[in-house]
Design a protein around this ligand. Structure first.
Ligand code: COA
Length: 687
């Protein structure tokens, strides 16, 4: 049955099951908040004993009121909740918010499932259990046991943590961070973050969403979330405990948090690292989006201008750099000793008029795509006047481009910052906070402008399935080197020239035919894992004669040293040079298969310079993975080394075909040079 979250957020009638006259009880606080919050709909307290709570007539049960209550908030002990839920179903309640704790979070998953079943069978949107309630400021609905007041605004805050959510409810009000909705999702028996984001996508009262999460239950569903509005996520629990058991590089480097990180990027969520950052971004994202890169910095101080310029460089914000043009436009706004070089320094004595003139030009000029305003408090200006001038210029220009402000000073400055934030202009006393806010606006603009695609997972060719079936038939779960190479080649992963030979004559024939010199020769044996340790690897073989000698020497030696090993032949691989990268697949408990890319070779463990994406993803996403690693500069071209990005992208997309069949893959190294990329070695572990 279809669930309708309007019944939860825009209810006409709200029942509180467990409303109590006792102020010490949660059921009392909920009804008190609903009344004092100014909710205009019908309030229906349910309690078998009380007659009147806070002046509202109490009903003994839902049976005593006309059916079709929109929202019922349940705050009675856990053993009584199922019966209350059944009553809600009989009385056609649309949405239920279960505050009560004592379900899956304490191991009582079966009891929770029963609630979910009732909700599903009756089309009830179920929030919780184990939540502090919900609030929706456009309806003046505060059905929570948090603080009474919410500062109204356009941010929807969805929180998995209860106590923290309650705390932040008060904090946002104090900081004048405007919320339209505040939802506690607790155990997420039914409604989860994806459902709420989908709902708020269509809600004009919401501009920005902020999600606090500890983990998700269903990665596949989460990856389907459509992010239509800027969505900031604060995910805690960055530990890599889960990865310790994994044997491969890819597994040990993943730690599910890195996969979360990739997943957020993939669906277009903006991951913040701290609460301050999350709320500062959420507030900033109400700003208009920039229509290009170039920014100008308007300041009354040189030092703060330099600090901001540095920060822009760190964050990758492009400062408009055209001295002549800037001189022509901004010189008339300032005294002779001012600087037009960007930062536009209107000087310490400029006063509010200097700011006004510079701001007018900054907002009017098409070439300028965003504006950073800096101010150090001086005796000649009132910070509030500067703040008012920024707001006026922004409004008069029709809010046509983003603006952020950083102001340093005393109490008057603090008031000016509050004023600006109330006007939805991101303003802070810290330059890095303001610049990070501008950066997130740019990031969101880039995400928003991406073409919307729905990646599809391509099947591996039938031949691959055959090889894998044969390996499994032999009771193995790890592919031998030549099998791994074959499988990759069939899927379209670029590999160096290679061949498999069972005699020296055959080896020479293959090497000549494929023009493979110089080449590496490696023993093929299911019984020898560490090939180099037993002399099973020879590098840089230059011609047929050397190949013959080395082949025979290797076989004689290994027959003697590893008498029990089955020697099947040798793998011949063309030697290639290039930057060492790593590509892998790992299987994550939440998200399923994820592909990893990063810098490989000896640095892989130490630097952990890798990034992940959840399968499936397309070429554009693969390109973004390459742009994300710290070693990006080396890939772009460094001291004669350069990556062939197109073939890395091809590798990252092609390897996904194997995802449904494997538990892990490590392609290490994937060598890349200007001419292409080559999967030199691969370890494939089957499901
Ligand atoms: N229908 C309506 N009211 C009922 C009822 C029913 N079927 N059964 C009991 N009540 C009434 C009780 O009589 C009581 O009212 P009273 O004060 O007039 O006697 C009221 O509901 C509450 O029941 P009570 O037994 O007093 O429970 P409580 O208030 O001590 O605890 C919870 C109830 C839900 C608060 C508690 O079980 C709980 O889960 N606490 C944790 C909540 C939490 O932290 N959630 C997560 C936050 S993030």
């Amino acid at each position: 049955m279809v669930k309708n979250l309007n019944r939860a957020f825009k209810p006409k009638r709200v029942a509180i099951i467990g409303a109590s006259p006792d102020p010490a009880k949660i059921g009392h606080q909920v009804i008190k908040n609903i009344i004092e919050g100014g909710y205009k709909g019908e309030i229906i307290p349910i309690n078998p004993k009380a007659d009147n709570i806070l002046g509202v007539k109490v009903h003994k049960s839902l049976n005593d009121v006309p059916e079709g209550v929109d929202l019922a908030v349940i705050a009675i002990p856990a053993p009584l909740v199922q019966a209350a839920m059944e009553e809600c179903a009989r009385r056609k309640v649309g949405a239920v918010a279960i505050i009560t704790s004592g379900f899956a979070e304490v191991g009582k998953a079966a009891e929770e499932l029963k609630l979910k079943k009732i909700a599903d069978e009756n089309g009830i949107a179920l929030l919780g259990p184990n939540i502090f309630g919900l609030a929706y400021s456009p309806e003046r609905l505060n059905a929570s046991f948090g603080p009474k007041d919410i500062y109204p605004g356009k941010i929807a805050f969805i929180t998995q943590s209860g106590a923290l959510g309650i705390g932040l409810m008060g904090w946002t009000a104090m900081k004048k961070i405007g919320l339209s909705a505040l939802v506690s999702i607790g155990n997420k028996a039914d409604i989860d973050e994806t459902d709420l984001i989908e709902y708020f996508n269509k809600d004009n009262n919401v501009n920005v969403q902020l999600l606090y999460m500890e983990g998700i239950k269903n990665g596949t569903k989460f990856m389907q979330t459509r992010i239509e509005k800027p969505t900031v996520v604060l995910k805690v629990g960055r530990s890599t405990r889960g990865a310790q058991a994994a044997a491969s590089h890819t597994g040990s480097l993943s730690g599910s948090d890195k996969i979360y990180d990739g997943a957020f990027k993939q669906i277009g969520m903006l991951r913040a690292s701290t609460f301050i950052e999350a709320f500062s971004w959420a507030r900033a994202l109400s700003q208009p989006l920039p229509k290009g890169e170039d920014t100008v910095i308007i300041t009354n101080g040189g030092g703060i201008g330099v600090a901001t310029t540095d920060e822009c460089e760190v964050q990758g914000i492009k400062i408009l750099d055209d001295p002549q043009w800037l001189e022509a436009k901004f010189r008339p706004t300032m005294p002779d000793f001012g600087s037009t070089k960007n930062p536009i320094d209107v000087t310490g004595g400029a006063g509010v008029d200097g700011y006004r003139r510079a701001l007018k030009i900054a907002f009017a000029e098409e070439r300028i795509k965003s504006v950073i305003v800096l101010y150090c408090e001086t005796a000649v200006t009132d910070p509030m006047d500067i703040a008012a001038a920024v707001n006026a210029a922004f409004q008069e220009a029709g809010r046509n481009k983003p603006v952020v402000v950083a102001m340093v000073g005393g109490e008057r400055t603090r008031d000016a910052l509050v004023y600006l934030n109330e006007k939805f202009i991101p303003a802070s006393s810290l330059v890095d906070v303001s610049i990070s806010a501008l950066k997130i606006i740019y990031t969101w603009a880039e995400i928003k402008n991406r073409p919307q695609t729905k990646p599809v997972l391509e099947q591996a060719p039938a031949e691959v399935h055959k090889i894998i079936a044969a390996v499994k038939g032999q009771g193995r779960e790890i592919l031998m080197e030549h099998e791994a190479r074959q499988v990759m080649e069939l899927c379209g992963v670029p590999t160096p020239q290679w061949g498999f030979a069972q005699s020296s004559a055959e080896a020479i024939k293959i090497a000549d035919y494929k023009n493979m010199y110089p080449l590496a020769m490696k023993i093929a044996s299911p019984d020898i894992v560490h090939k180099s340790d037993v002399g099973g690897v020879v590098l840089n073989i230059r011609d047929g004669k050397e190949l013959k000698d080395r082949y025979e020497a290797m076989m004689t030696r290994l027959q003697k040293e590893c008498p029990k090993a089955k020697l099947l032949g040798v793998n011949l691989i063309q030697m290639v040079n290039g930057i060492e990268c790593i590509v892998g697949i790992t299987t994550d408990a939440q998200f399923g298969s994820a592909v990893m890319f990063g810098l490989g070779g000896v640095f892989v463990e130490a630097l952990k310079d890798v990034t992940f994406r959840v399968v499936p993803f397309d070429e554009a996403e693969a390109g973004r993975m390459i742009g994300e690693i710290k070693a990006k500069k080396i890939l772009d071209g460094f001291r004669g080394m350069k990556a062939d990005k197109a073939s890395i992208i091809k590798t990252l997309t092609a390897v996904q075909k194997l995802a449904p069949l494997v538990k892990e893959i490590d392609i290490n190294p994937l060598l890349t040079n200007e001419n292409g990329s080559y999967a030199v070695d691969a370890r494939i572990v089957l499901k």
